[in-house]
Design a protein around this ligand. Structure first.
Ligand SMILES: Nc1ncnc2c1ncn2[C@@H]1O[C@H](COP(=O)(O)OP(=O)(O)OP(=O)(O)O)[C@@H](O)[C@H]1O
Length: 234
């Protein structure tokens, strides 16, 4: 279970995260939505132990990321929208490197995912397209079937085929391995299809949460408009 209690990280007035409380039960997929600069990545960086909160507590499967980020990383996968890999390696060499470093990494699963994403990993990473690099990053993050997966705009700018492949992977991890997933996304369709719950962030605050209904896309669109629409100055 992921439990965030009274989380605060203040960069300046209304910039950062303010009194965030959020719970994700095991095996659920939770979506975070908010406009640019709302504080989504700031929250994710604290959850992963990359930055220290000013106050409040984060507990993930009984692990505190601030005091035990090594333990957290043993069962956590992470993909950001801007992946950075070793450009001079081939995809396969890079995957083998990560496989050697990760606890519980499963090479058969890597091969299955290479097939699933229909990717030729024998070429150098620097010659790969953005989407191919995203696929390599996703395989790296999931090759150990993580208990917890954090995705910060993982499919931004990718084509609809890749989007469906990505959705299928998340569903498989959830169904077969009980992975708990936190996903930040501007793609409402992705959130509606994958998430059972969604939270809206505005000015660093979690201002609303709800269970995603069957036809969640309309529900999310409507709430987003209500919560964030500003009068155009044009
Ligand atoms: N290290 C930092 N020091 C000061 N301000 C920061 C720092 N990191 C982020 N910010 C500010 O915090 C606010 C939230 O940034 P954050 O990256 O969390 O937003 P976001 O919701 O992920 O946005 P986007 O959708 O554009 O990725 C922004 O105003 C940003 O400029």
């Amino acid at each position: 279970m992921v439990k965030i209690s009274n989380l605060n990280k203040k960069y300046s007035e209304n910039i950062g995260n303010f009194d965030i409380n959020l719970t994700i039960p095991d095996g659920k997929v939770y979506g975070i939505i908010g406009p640019n600069g709302a504080g989504k990545s700031t929250m994710i960086r604290q959850i992963l132990g990359f930055i220290r909160p000013d106050s409040g507590e984060i507990i993930i499967n009984e692990v505190n990321p601030v005091t035990n980020s090594k333990k957290l990383m043993e069962f956590t996968g992470y993909v950001s929208g801007e992946v950075s890999l070793y450009n001079n390696m081939t995809g396969i060499k890079y995957l083998k490197l990560v496989h050697g470093l990760k606890k519980d990494a499963d090479w058969d699963f890597v091969e299955l995912l290479l097939k699933h994403f229909d990717i030729n990993a024998n070429q150098k990473i620097k010659k790969m397209s953005k989407g191919m690099k995203q696929k390599i990053a996703l395989i790296c993050a999931t090759m150990n079937k993580p208990k917890f997966l954090v995705l910060d705009e993982p499919t931004s700018g990718l084509d609809p085929i890749m989007q469906e492949q990505f959705n299928d992977l998340i569903r498989k991890l959830q169904k077969d391995y009980g992975t708990t997933v936190l996903i930040c996304s501007h793609i409402f369709e992705e959130v509606a299809k994958l998430c059972s719950q969604v939270g809206f962030i505005k000015d660093g605050r979690l201002i609303e949460e709800f269970e995603v209904e069957k036809n969640g896309i309309d529900q999310i669109n409507e709430r987003f408009k209500k919560l964030y629409t500003k009068e155009s100055v044009l």
